[in-house]
Design a protein around this ligand. Sequence first.
Ligand code: PXL
Length: 279
Amino acid sequence: MEKQKVCLTIAGLDPSGGAGIIADIKAFRAFGCFATAAITSITFQNTQGVFGAVHQTAETVRKQILPILEDFEVASVKTGMLPTREIIEEVAEIISKNNIKNFIVDPVVRSTSGYDLIDDESLKALIDKLFPLASIVTPNIPETERICGMKIQRLEDFDKAALKIVSMGAKAVLIKGGHLYFEKIERSLKPIYISPKARRSARKAVDLLFFDGERKAFVAEYIETKATHGTGCTLASAIAAGLALGKNLQEAVFEAKKFVTNAILTSPNIGKGFPPINV
Ligand code: PXL
C-alpha cells in the first residue's frame, strides 16, 4: 500500500474552528494528506473576535513536534501563529536540524477581527530565524506592510516588498492581494486565472507569487463577503499539502487558491461575526 503523505502544522488553536490548526487539519485532509498538529497557543475566540490566548512554551512545543518527526516522514511543515520569540527560535532549530524539505511560513500577525497575534520582538525573530528556512512565505497586505515597514498601494510596491522578503532569506513569496482593488490585469503580470469566472468578474482577488526572479499573478474573482476568517491558514495549509504531494510551487499555489475561493463561496454561513469558510 502506498504511504499517505504526512503534513504538520505548528500553529494556534481557534476553538471555534474557523482558523488555526482546525482549518489546517481540514485543508490537509481535503488534499488527501495525513494531518498532524502542534499547538503554539490556545486562543479564546469565536467569529466575533479574539478574547485572549494562553501560549505554549518552547519546551511544550518541542515535546509535541519531536515524537512526530521521529516516527513519521513528514513531507511538509506549515507554521501559523507563533506568538513568542522562544517558540520561534525552537521551531527554527527543529526545522534546520531535521532537514525539512517543504517549509511554509504563514506570517500570522493579526486576526481578521483585528487582534494582534504576535508582538514586535517576536515578528523580528520570525523574520530573522524562519524566513531563511522557508520554501515560501505567504503574507497578506497588512502583514507585508508590517514586515517591510512600507505601504502597499500599487504594483511597484508589491515588487519592492517581495524583493525585501527574498533578501530576508525566503526562497519564494506569495503576497495575497485580496485587500486591494484589482480591476484591469495587465499582461505583464503573467496572469494565471483560477476559473473562467475570474476572467469575467469586474473586481479580482490577485495573489502575486515571486519565485526564481519571476513574478506570476494568480487571479480569482473577488467575492464580496464577510466570510474570510481562516482564509490565510487554509491557503498556506493547502500549499503545504500540494508540496507534500510533489506538486511544484506554481501548481500548489493554483490548487490552493482554487480551494480557498470555493471554500469562501460555500461558507457554512454560521456565527454572528466573520463566518468561517468551508474547509
Ligand atoms: O488567521 C490568523 C489566525 C491564525 N491562527 C489562529 C487564529 C487566527 C485568527 O484568528 O486565531 C489561531
